[in-house]
Write a protein that binds this ligand. Structure first.
Ligand code: ISC
Length: 492
């Protein structure tokens, strides 16, 4: 019975190996699956402190940075820990060569000749790759691979639908951090403010009267490869909307309508931000953790995030826009507006400075109202690069004191004219009349909060991951001088 089970597990193992070895063996693929598992395997099966540190020593003290793809990371991890792994295996009563030969002889005769030789060749390549004695390498491979099957099964069977997580990378940093919470807190419309002592990751919608604000409690932790692997297994992505992309001619008609009315003062708002939706088809083996890491590489100056709860769905984004940063006795708010391509080195036009001025005016007024006096108000904005785009940007900074109520200030500040318009109540109404889609969490805000520290970003350059699609949303500010050719294709 036991042997039969062993043989059938082994067949699955060998078949997987066979699939992957059709053509040329890609050692990265094996290493990706196996090395993550090896760390977990050793942790769970060996209590010996000495052996654990032989295995984990170098990797934990000095882990390979996340600047590479996960495949490269795994490969480095395995290579740097092979000797520790062998030490662990040698400590067992069983001979590793024995394990390998039993497993291989149980599985191979059941396969046809061509398949068998492919598998043997693949195994040899694997052994050569990590430069070990073949038998030892095979045994390590088999042990880890069996474990990997069991582990994959465990991940697939785990229903994490009640839980939530936020994976994020701060601008200019390489370390990926995360917070996960099995019981997220939802502040629903009408529930009032966030608790004053709230700490964790906050994910707020564009309109808190329409969707809940979500808080994942807990301090951020550094994410390792196993965390990423687990997060990539989230299965509940919600239902795919039946919606279509925003029609470009409809979008242009809205821009033309608003700007014409603004020119003749026939509209109550001076600026509105209109957004457009675009659906991108995802490939069948789309992996959100890999996608997240790719965005980290391509947007080094952005706040890159992957956020999930069953209620909000899975959101991914790379925001260039700091909403608010609060430290012990200081607060910074960023003013961001106007867009052109990264390669466009022309001067900013009056129209673009005017778009920026609406945002700046609103933020300065809101800060002053709350007793926060912005320093350096006479400075002019800088140009910043965000992925393939350039924007006008300025950071307004002020001192805070014990009486400053940052939570109330945040409620007043969001949404700024950078994502809504000016004046806000009128702009909000107009957005509802022009836009046919739900913004949900687009143009909301997200980031870390605690009673004395906040680091929050505006949720733009983002999208919701649906089972087969990425639903991207982007917006542009429209004023009287806006061109009727302005479209919603900012970066889609
Ligand atoms: C609302 C968005 O961008 C804002 C930030 C920078 C420039 C903007 C603009 O060009 O209008 C927007 O105000 C978005 O990208 O969805």
């Amino acid at each position: 019975m036991c042997l039969l089970k062993e043989i059938s597990v082994n067949l699955v193992t060998l078949n997987i190996l066979g699939e992957k070895s059709a053509g040329k063996l890609d050692p990265d693929l094996y290493l990706r699956d196996t090395s993550v598992l090896s760390a977990d395997f050793i942790r769970r099966h060996d209590n010996s402190e000495k052996l654990m540190s032989a295995y984990l020593g170098t990797a934990e003290e000095n882990p390979p940075a996340f600047s590479h793809s996960p495949q490269v990371y795994y490969k480095k991890l395995l290579q740097s820990n092979v000797s520790g792994l062998i030490a662990v295996l040698n400590s067992r009563q069983l001979s590793v060569a024995q394990i390998a030969s039993v497993k291989i002889s149980a599985g191979l005769p059941l396969l046809d000749e061509r398949r068998r030789s492919e598998i043997i060749a693949a195994k040899r390549t694997f052994a050569a790759e990590i430069d070990l004695h073949t038998e030892t390498a095979l045994a390590i491979f088999e042990l880890i691979h069996d474990e990997s099957l069991r582990y994959q099964q465990e991940l697939t069977n785990t229903d994490r639908s009640g839980s939530g997580f936020a994976l994020f990378r701060l601008p200019g940093e390489t370390q990926v951090q995360y917070i996960s919470d099995d019981c997220p807190l939802f502040i629903r419309p009408g529930d009032g403010s966030l608790p004053a002592d709230a700490g964790g990751f906050i994910f707020a919608p564009f309109d808190p009267q329409m969707y809940p604000t979500c808080l994942l409690a807990g301090p951020p932790q550094n994410a390792d490869t196993l965390t990423l692997e687990r997060l990539a297994k989230i299965l509940h992505l919600g239902k795919a909307d039946a919606e279509k992309d925003t029609d470009e001619s409809d979008f242009k008609a809205s821009v033309a309508d608003f700007s014409a009315k603004a020119r003749t003062k026939a509209t109550p708002a001076d600026k509105i931000v209109l957004s457009a939706v675009k659906y991108i088809k995802l490939r069948s083996h789309f992996n959100q953790a890999d996608y997240f890491l790719r965005i980290c590489d391509s947007c080094p100056h952005s706040f890159v995030s992957l956020f999930y709860t069953r209620e909000t769905g899975m959101w991914i984004g790379a925001s260039p826009e700091l909403l608010l940063c609060q430290t012990a006795d200081r607060i910074s708010v960023s003013v961001l507006a106007a867009t052109k391509g990264e390669a466009d080195l022309s001067d900013w036009s009056d129209k673009e400075y005017r778009e920026f001025a609406y945002v700046r005016r609103f933020i300065e007024e809101t800060m002053t109202e709350k007793g926060l006096m912005p320093e350096n108000p006479l400075r002019s904005p800088d140009t910043v690069i965000s992925g393939p785009l350039r924007h006008l940007k300025m950071t307004l900074t002020a001192n805070t004191d014990a009486d400053t109520d940052i939570t109330r200030f945040l409620e007043k500040l969001h949404p700024t004219p950078a994502v809504c318009g000016y004046p806000r109540p009128e702009a909000k109404k107009l957005i509802t009349s022009y836009e046919k889609h739900a913004r949900e969490y687009y143009a909301g805000y997200l980031g870390i909060i605690s009673p004395h520290y906040k680091n929050l970003y505006v949720n733009i350059r983002c999208g919701r991951i649906l089972p087969n699609f990425l639903r991207l949303i982007t917006g542009v500010g429209i004023i009287a001088a806006s061109s009727r050719n302005k479209n919603g294709r900012k970066y889609c």
